[in-house]
Design a protein around this ligand. Structure first.
Ligand code: 5GP
Length: 178
Protein backbone atom coordinates (compact mmCIF):
# COMPACT_ATOMS: atom_id res chain seq x y z
CA UNK A 1 0.00 0.00 0.00
CA UNK A 2 1.30 3.46 -0.85
CA UNK A 3 1.87 5.87 2.03
CA UNK A 4 3.13 9.38 1.31
CA UNK A 5 3.69 11.31 4.53
CA UNK A 6 4.82 14.96 4.14
CA UNK A 7 8.55 14.29 4.45
CA UNK A 8 11.01 16.50 2.52
CA UNK A 9 13.92 14.18 3.33
CA UNK A 10 14.79 11.38 5.69
CA UNK A 11 17.15 12.90 8.24
CA UNK A 12 17.85 9.84 10.41
CA UNK A 13 16.99 6.32 9.30
CA UNK A 14 15.47 3.64 11.52
CA UNK A 15 18.77 1.71 11.40
CA UNK A 16 20.77 4.76 12.52
CA UNK A 17 18.30 5.28 15.37
CA UNK A 18 18.54 1.64 16.49
CA UNK A 19 22.33 1.78 16.53
CA UNK A 20 22.48 5.06 18.48
CA UNK A 21 19.77 4.02 20.96
CA UNK A 22 21.75 0.87 21.75
CA UNK A 23 24.82 3.04 22.48
CA UNK A 24 22.78 5.31 24.75
CA UNK A 25 21.29 2.30 26.57
CA UNK A 26 24.77 0.82 27.09
CA UNK A 27 26.03 4.12 28.51
CA UNK A 28 23.04 4.47 30.85
CA UNK A 29 23.42 0.83 31.98
CA UNK A 30 27.07 1.52 32.80
CA UNK A 31 26.41 4.87 34.55
CA UNK A 32 23.55 3.46 36.67
CA UNK A 33 25.07 0.04 37.40
CA UNK A 34 23.92 -1.20 40.83
CA UNK A 35 21.13 1.42 41.02
CA UNK A 36 17.52 1.14 39.89
CA UNK A 37 16.60 4.34 38.06
CA UNK A 38 13.05 5.38 37.19
CA UNK A 39 12.77 6.17 33.50
CA UNK A 40 9.99 8.65 32.89
CA UNK A 41 8.73 8.76 29.31
CA UNK A 42 7.21 12.08 28.32
CA UNK A 43 4.11 11.38 26.29
CA UNK A 44 3.40 11.31 23.60
CA UNK A 45 6.53 12.13 21.61
CA UNK A 46 8.96 9.84 23.43
CA UNK A 47 6.94 6.66 23.10
CA UNK A 48 8.91 4.92 20.30
CA UNK A 49 12.28 6.08 21.63
CA UNK A 50 11.31 5.08 25.19
CA UNK A 51 10.40 1.51 24.27
CA UNK A 52 13.50 1.08 22.12
CA UNK A 53 15.73 2.49 24.88
CA UNK A 54 14.37 0.46 27.78
CA UNK A 55 14.48 -2.86 25.95
CA UNK A 56 18.20 -2.28 25.42
CA UNK A 57 18.98 -1.54 29.10
CA UNK A 58 20.86 -4.20 31.04
CA UNK A 59 20.02 -2.96 34.56
CA UNK A 60 16.90 -3.06 36.73
CA UNK A 61 14.70 -0.02 36.25
CA UNK A 62 11.18 1.26 36.82
CA UNK A 63 9.13 2.70 33.99
CA UNK A 64 6.71 5.57 34.35
CA UNK A 65 5.09 8.28 32.24
CA UNK A 66 4.03 11.91 32.27
CA UNK A 67 1.99 13.62 29.61
CA UNK A 68 2.65 17.23 28.62
CA UNK A 69 1.78 19.40 25.63
CA UNK A 70 3.18 22.63 24.24
CA UNK A 71 3.21 22.55 20.42
CA UNK A 72 0.40 23.38 18.06
CA UNK A 73 1.28 22.66 14.40
CA UNK A 74 4.94 23.57 13.90
CA UNK A 75 5.02 26.34 16.55
CA UNK A 76 5.75 26.01 20.24
CA UNK A 77 3.18 27.79 22.40
CA UNK A 78 5.99 28.57 24.86
CA UNK A 79 3.75 27.29 27.66
CA UNK A 80 3.70 23.79 29.08
CA UNK A 81 0.31 22.18 29.65
CA UNK A 82 0.47 19.48 32.33
CA UNK A 83 -1.87 16.64 31.42
CA UNK A 84 -0.90 13.52 33.36
CA UNK A 85 1.44 12.94 36.31
CA UNK A 86 3.64 9.91 36.95
CA UNK A 87 2.73 7.33 39.62
CA UNK A 88 6.06 6.38 41.22
CA UNK A 89 7.33 8.27 44.28
CA UNK A 90 10.66 9.79 43.20
CA UNK A 91 11.91 10.72 46.70
CA UNK A 92 15.49 9.46 47.07
CA UNK A 93 15.42 7.84 43.61
CA UNK A 94 17.47 8.33 40.47
CA UNK A 95 15.22 9.70 37.73
CA UNK A 96 15.89 9.78 33.99
CA UNK A 97 13.45 11.91 31.99
CA UNK A 98 13.09 10.49 28.48
CA UNK A 99 12.14 13.08 25.85
CA UNK A 100 11.74 13.04 22.09
CA UNK A 101 13.48 16.39 21.52
CA UNK A 102 14.87 19.31 23.51
CA UNK A 103 14.13 22.43 21.49
CA UNK A 104 13.59 25.72 23.38
CA UNK A 105 14.32 23.87 26.63
CA UNK A 106 11.08 25.11 28.24
CA UNK A 107 9.64 21.61 28.72
CA UNK A 108 12.91 20.19 30.04
CA UNK A 109 13.37 23.02 32.55
CA UNK A 110 9.75 22.71 33.65
CA UNK A 111 10.24 18.98 34.31
CA UNK A 112 13.55 19.45 36.13
CA UNK A 113 12.01 22.13 38.38
CA UNK A 114 8.92 20.03 39.07
CA UNK A 115 10.78 16.80 39.84
CA UNK A 116 13.35 18.54 42.06
CA UNK A 117 10.52 19.68 44.38
CA UNK A 118 9.90 15.95 44.99
CA UNK A 119 13.45 15.37 46.33
CA UNK A 120 14.89 12.71 44.03
CA UNK A 121 18.50 11.54 44.52
CA UNK A 122 19.25 12.71 40.96
CA UNK A 123 17.48 13.83 37.78
CA UNK A 124 18.89 13.71 34.26
CA UNK A 125 17.44 14.14 30.79
CA UNK A 126 17.86 11.64 27.98
CA UNK A 127 16.60 12.96 24.64
CA UNK A 128 16.55 11.31 21.24
CA UNK A 129 17.09 14.68 19.53
CA UNK A 130 18.60 18.01 20.51
CA UNK A 131 18.11 21.33 18.67
CA UNK A 132 20.57 23.53 20.60
CA UNK A 133 20.33 26.45 18.14
CA UNK A 134 16.72 27.12 19.19
CA UNK A 135 17.36 27.09 22.93
CA UNK A 136 15.70 29.77 25.12
CA UNK A 137 16.72 28.25 28.45
CA UNK A 138 20.18 26.97 29.31
CA UNK A 139 19.61 23.27 29.67
CA UNK A 140 21.87 20.49 28.51
CA UNK A 141 20.51 16.95 28.42
CA UNK A 142 23.06 14.44 29.75
CA UNK A 143 22.21 11.85 27.08
CA UNK A 144 21.46 12.89 23.48
CA UNK A 145 20.89 10.66 20.47
CA UNK A 146 21.40 13.18 17.67
CA UNK A 147 21.98 16.92 17.47
CA UNK A 148 19.95 18.43 14.62
CA UNK A 149 19.57 21.79 12.88
CA UNK A 150 16.65 24.10 13.56
CA UNK A 151 14.18 22.30 11.28
CA UNK A 152 10.76 20.87 12.15
CA UNK A 153 10.99 17.10 12.13
CA UNK A 154 8.40 14.35 12.27
CA UNK A 155 8.38 10.59 12.78
CA UNK A 156 9.64 8.14 15.38
CA UNK A 157 7.13 9.55 17.88
CA UNK A 158 7.23 13.18 16.75
CA UNK A 159 4.05 14.57 15.23
CA UNK A 160 2.61 17.29 13.09
CA UNK A 161 -0.89 17.95 14.47
CA UNK A 162 -0.97 14.45 16.01
CA UNK A 163 -0.06 12.68 12.77
CA UNK A 164 3.07 10.86 11.56
CA UNK A 165 4.24 9.62 14.97
CA UNK A 166 4.20 6.14 13.42
CA UNK A 167 6.99 6.77 10.87
CA UNK A 168 9.96 4.46 11.62
CA UNK A 169 12.50 7.26 10.89
CA UNK A 170 13.03 10.98 11.55
CA UNK A 171 12.13 13.13 8.55
CA UNK A 172 12.15 16.86 7.83
CA UNK A 173 8.54 18.05 7.57
CA UNK A 174 7.52 19.39 4.17
CA UNK A 175 6.02 22.80 5.04
CA UNK A 176 4.33 23.03 1.64
CA UNK A 177 2.04 20.19 2.74
CA UNK A 178 0.64 22.15 5.72
P1 5GP B 1 10.74 22.49 24.04
O1 5GP B 1 10.67 23.66 23.09
O2 5GP B 1 9.94 22.77 25.28
O3 5GP B 1 12.18 22.13 24.35
O4 5GP B 1 10.14 21.25 23.29
C1 5GP B 1 8.88 20.76 23.66
C2 5GP B 1 8.28 19.81 22.71
O5 5GP B 1 8.07 20.44 21.47
C3 5GP B 1 9.05 18.56 22.39
O6 5GP B 1 8.95 17.57 23.37
C4 5GP B 1 8.33 18.16 21.10
O7 5GP B 1 7.17 17.42 21.39
C5 5GP B 1 7.98 19.49 20.47
N1 5GP B 1 8.93 19.81 19.41
C6 5GP B 1 10.01 20.60 19.43
N2 5GP B 1 10.65 20.61 18.24
C7 5GP B 1 9.93 19.78 17.44
C8 5GP B 1 10.08 19.33 16.08
O8 5GP B 1 11.00 19.67 15.31
N3 5GP B 1 9.13 18.47 15.63
C9 5GP B 1 8.07 18.03 16.38
N4 5GP B 1 7.22 17.20 15.83
N5 5GP B 1 7.91 18.42 17.66
C10 5GP B 1 8.84 19.28 18.19
Amino acid sequence: MEYNPPVKKVLISGEQIDKRVKELADKISEDYKGRTPILVGILRGSVLFFSNLVKNLSIDCNLDFMCLASYSGTESSGKVRFILDMREDVKGRDVIIVEDIVDTGITGQYLLDLLKTRNPASVEICSLLDKPSNRQLEIKPKYVGFEIENEFVIGYGLDYNELYRNLPYIGVFDETKK
